[in-house]
Write a protein that binds this ligand. Sequence first.
Ligand code: PEP
Ligand code: MN
Length: 337
Amino acid sequence: MVIVLKPHASAQRIEQLIYEIEKKGLTVEKVVGSDYTILGLVGDTSTMDIDSLMINEIVHKAMRIQEPFKRANRLFHPKSTIVKVDGKEIGGGKIAVIAGPCSVETEDQIVEVAQKVKAAGADFLRGGAFKPRTSPYSFQGLGYEGIELLVLAKKATGLPIVSEILSENMVERFARDIDLIQVGARNMQNFMLLKELGKTNKPILLKRGLSATIEEWLMSAEYIMSEGNTQVILCERGIRTFEKFTRNTLDVSAVPAIKRVSHLPIIVDPSHATGMGWMVMPMARAAVAAGTDGIMIEVHNDPEHALSDGNQSITPDEFSELMNSLRIISGAIGRRI
Ligand code: PEP
Ligand code: MN
């Protein structure tokens, strides 16, 4: 962090500020120029608050040189993190495939989809039990019954299960039954929930908020990691832009951006990003070509009658075709799927 002091700041006030900064365990390098004096802070400045510094009347400007996220930062952890989920890896050489319906609807539905996506090559089964719908009158999910059905589908297929958590009071149950706990876009900045999840030792799939910047998203990962849980996987799922043709705009550039600044694995969800089943295949291909560590695809046995997100869901046959296509692209970039 660099602090630029106002011209004519008195030597006594400068020394007082340096004393306060050093009390926090930081070292201060003072550079005296003809007009301005600049303080360079060396050490962990994560506890320094820019706004409080700006209130000090001798401070002209305070800036961070490094990103505010520490534990999620590749600078502090150069090697890419591989997260283990029920014995399977996300973030290594193999591209992880999570597939399944938007919502768990019935036992037959979830078991049938689980068997079919497994046969086509999926590694994990997804299914929403608690649905954060935009309208309170839309289907809200089966709740804990949905979790029980997911557990049955796991028993039938061996696929580890992924499901979205909505609030802190669900953490204990999810930590017991769900292999990869999903935090949805709408909850990306539910900091109390993130902190509770940070106290578990369960892998967390953190979706990007509807309008979150890369930095805000990584700060949310930091909330989980700062409580001790470093098993975080990021999921790009499209962001709000002015374009209305698609449900959201898939930010494929988030993949190389995250890879550059963070060591955490990143996966891509082209289903929620586009909102249209026919666009899932080309966008999944783009994600794999861009270097994603995984994909999350909504697959339904009967999309036309799905209780949520039928329009963006693809059938098991289409999913199988998608996997064949992704195998070719993965091979071309030296990865497996
Ligand atoms: C989901 O994956 O079911 C979901 C609701 O996604 P998002 O939070 O990205 O909208
Ligand atoms: Mn959905």
